[in-house]
Design a protein around this ligand. Structure first.
Ligand code: ATP
Length: 367
């Protein structure tokens, strides 16, 4: 069984909780990504699954079996690391064959399984090359072939693409995802790159300071971030403060005042007081027409052309600065600094948190 269950797992380094009470399940065949900033505990979680670290509290299951005391070599896992960790003096073939030889697999079977793995990573034609003078992408493919050739129940990958250039990273992540689907292998992937996580994962766990903040599909993580940390870490967000007054009608709703806007929204629970909206830069509608009905006014402070979009850093009347993304078509002129804008913040399409940004009080649609 290649289902992985964390049951109240805590891992300490001295006094420091690198993983704090993690409880979640990674389903069989899933591409599951651990995502978060440096030091949040991603690698520690992965190494705990691998058996390199032993948690101080809680249980780790593979399927229904508690594997706390099972050593790494009996966990049936394949691993791929950031630095490839391949043997520079062995040929491509011998690198991939290494694990099978150690397991005393018959020679004929080694030949066919290594070639099968090399075909899968498109390196069969380079079987006799020495990795030293091969590209980073090729070396990572060798590492990938070496991990899958043992037919592991779990594939663990720790920042496997971080040493590659941006274009190659995009190609490799697509290839890894394709391979994972073909082999239907449960894969646990560590990255700090949110775009990579969104592109390849079935589900993502966002971590901060050892604590799992949210686990959801890429779309739900982006559309319905469960707290301010996730909204800030995934994509970009403008955080705008308002005040909510609870009204207990048939369904709980709140009247929210924010800048020049007043609107009524259905709430998840009764709540009055300070609220914080996460407003995505691309959701804001803009107009330069003073006759526009858009209620919020701002002045452009900086214009950045970003290729597929333009970013307008805009100062609102309360002094706060927000980022607005616009997607001008060909031939359309860009707006200028100091130009006045009229904005519709589309608050009804946002997520609204309590004043501390810890809990969702309103979200558009349902996660
Ligand atoms: P990065 O993206 O930088 O690799 P990470 O999210 O993978 O970060 P971890 O390497 O899991 O983070 O580290 C989590 C916390 O535990 C950090 O505060 C780190 O300093 C600490 N830590 C990790 N390994 C050890 C160790 N062997 N001894 C002591 N502290 C450690």
């Amino acid at each position: 069984m290649s289902r992985v269950v964390f049951d109240h797992v805590t891992k300490y380094f001295g006094e420091h909780k690198a993983v704090n009470d993690a409880s979640f399940t990674i389903e069989e065949g899933e591409f599951f990504t651990l995502l978060g900033p440096s030091g949040c505990g991603k690698t520690t979680l992965l190494r705990t699954i691998a058996g390199f670290y032993m948690q101080e509290e809680g249980n780790l299951y593979f399927g229904n079996q508690v594997i706390n005391d099972v050593p790494t070599h009996e966990r049936n896992i394949g691993m791929v690391f950031q630095n490839y960790a391949i043997f520079p003096h062995l040929s491509v073939f011998d690198n991939v064959a290494y694990g099978l030889k150690a397991r005393k697999v018959p020679k004929k079977e080694i030949e066919s399984r290594v070639m099968e793995a090399l075909e899968l990573v498109e390196l069969a034609h380079l079987r006799d090359r020495i990795p030293n003078n091969m590209s980073g992408g090729q070396q990572q493919r060798i590492a990938l072939a070496r991990a899958i050739v043992i037919r592991p129940a779990l594939l663990l990958m720790d920042e496997p693409l971080s040493n590659l250039d941006a274009k190659l990273r995009v190609k490799m992540r697509t290839d890894i995802r394709k391979l994972q689907k073909e082999l239907n292998i449960t894969t646990i992937y560590v990255t700090h790159d949110q775009e990579e996580a969104l592109a390849v994962s079935d589900r993502i766990a966002v971590l901060s300071e050892g604590v799992v903040q949210q686990i959801a599909s890429p779309r739900d993580i982006y559309m319905y971030p469960q707290n301010q940390f996730v909204a800030n870490f995934i994509g970009s967000s403008n955080f705008l403060e308002g005040v909510c007054t609870f009204q207990d009608n048939q369904e709980p709703q709140g009247v929210i005042k924010l800048l020049e806007t007043e609107l009524c929204l259905p709430l998840h629970r009764s709540y009055s007081g300070k609220v914080m909206f996460s407003v995505r830069p691309e959701q804001i509608h803009i107009s330069t027409d003073p006759g526009s009905e858009y209620p919020v006014q701002g002045t452009i402070q900086a214009v950045s052309f970003l290729g597929d979009k333009v970013s307008y850093l805009t100062r609102l009347q309360d002094g706060s600065i927000i980022d607005i993304h616009d997607y001008p078509g060909k031939g359309q002129t860009l707006l200028q600094e100091k130009q006045q804008l009229f904005l519709d913040l589309q608050l009804h399409r946002s997520v609204m948190y309590d004043g501390e940004g810890r809990e969702v009080i309103y979200s558009a649609g349902e996660a």
